[in-house]
Design a protein around this ligand. Sequence first.
Ligand SMILES: [Zn+2]
Length: 479
Amino acid sequence: MKKFAFMLLLLLFVLVLPEQGHAASGTSKIFLDDKELTAGQDVSVENVNNSIMVPLRMIAENLGYKVDWDQKSKTVTIEQQGKTIKLIVDQTAASVDDKTMILTTAPLLRSDTTLVPIRFIGEQFGLTVKWDNTAKVVNLITPEIPESNNDSGGSTVDGGSGVVVPPTDPTADLTMVNGVSFSENRLSIAMDGSSQPKVSKVSGPDRIVIDLPNATFSDAFGTGQVLDPNLNGKLSVTNYPDVSGVRYSLYSTNPYTVRFVIDLNQAKNYSVDVSGDTSKLVVIDLNAQSTNDTATLPGNSGRKLVVLDAGHGAKDSGAIGVTGKYEKNFNLAVILKAAALLKQENNIDVVLTRSDDTFLELKDRAGMANNLKADLFISVHANSSASSVSSGSETYFQRDASKALANVMHKYLVQATGLSDRGVRYGNFHVIRETTMPAVLLEVGYLSNKGDESLLFTEDLQNKVAAGIVAGIKEYLKL
Ligand SMILES: [Zn+2]
């Protein structure tokens, strides 16, 4: 069959690509200006409701600040160049000298260590912070030159006074901007909240300005994107001749406004699409004239094509479990079992990004599904946390078009694992961001947790998850 031969060819092509890229590690690390603070130490970094929580004392002391802890009042006091910062465990209100401020997430205590949102560290200590969710690495960078910007600058974050100052109306909930991406000539902004974007065209130079009123950046935004201490940053945009770059900032704190600016090389029309209710996706589409090419492959007689992606491979082991088991092997085992089941389905074709211990770049995984015009893309992973207690199953989506699939797949995933339900989440992962069809990433369980690890490497659990994936696909595709 023609289509099959084409897919096979493509599969072979992808599988023989040379090895390159980086390996991921299973434990969290913190770097300050390229120096690892966590060398030889067991460090706790946690994601709490999209706030990346990092150990305060370790970082403050490495910056040369004095840190005191009062056990009775559970208060951390930091003396920083004449400034006194007080934080109380489990309380979102903090003080800098005599001013009260509200943290996005309350400090929490993990065996003698106080964890605070990475954003607090960045703003309070004037650092650029970056969280790599895949490699579980926190990068802290001390500034070299203070930055000033024009229309994406203007941040009034009060001399890096940290923390989010409560909005003037305390009942008004701020919208949290969780992520941004630019691909296919579209800027996509993911956010939680009711903010209504205001989009305008500006000339001299040509640019499109998107203001999100009553909004700020969530810590999750730092996943993959840089925010400097003044909450400014840039997306690097290449291969789009109309666009020279994308900038963003917390443009104002009174009233709160997040601003994105698409810098254009020439005036350009656009359309704006806002989808979703509380979790929203705002898409600024610069392909205003073009139509979506949804043509199917020749010979496709109504069969659906599913691309299954076993995360990592070869030299990239993925997470390493507590007893040393590799995530890549778990991912592949589940994908092979799911593929075997799907091949028995009359209405579904299945293609695997890898069917053995091969290394593949993320862009090749997404590109493969896009080239095939697949109907669905499902990536299987296992998670890891610095905390050995983290356990359970999560399902990630990045684009709004993937949310319905994520909900269905997650239902079957949780049923299959029987582990705690850690929910359907937004995650800015390459393979689910750069694919053009509904795409989800399953984090089946935590290899850093002893119970999860041993369960995930049982034949029985892998069969159940594979069957769950198939059931989810069939329900979603109404087959
Ligand atoms: Zn993984």
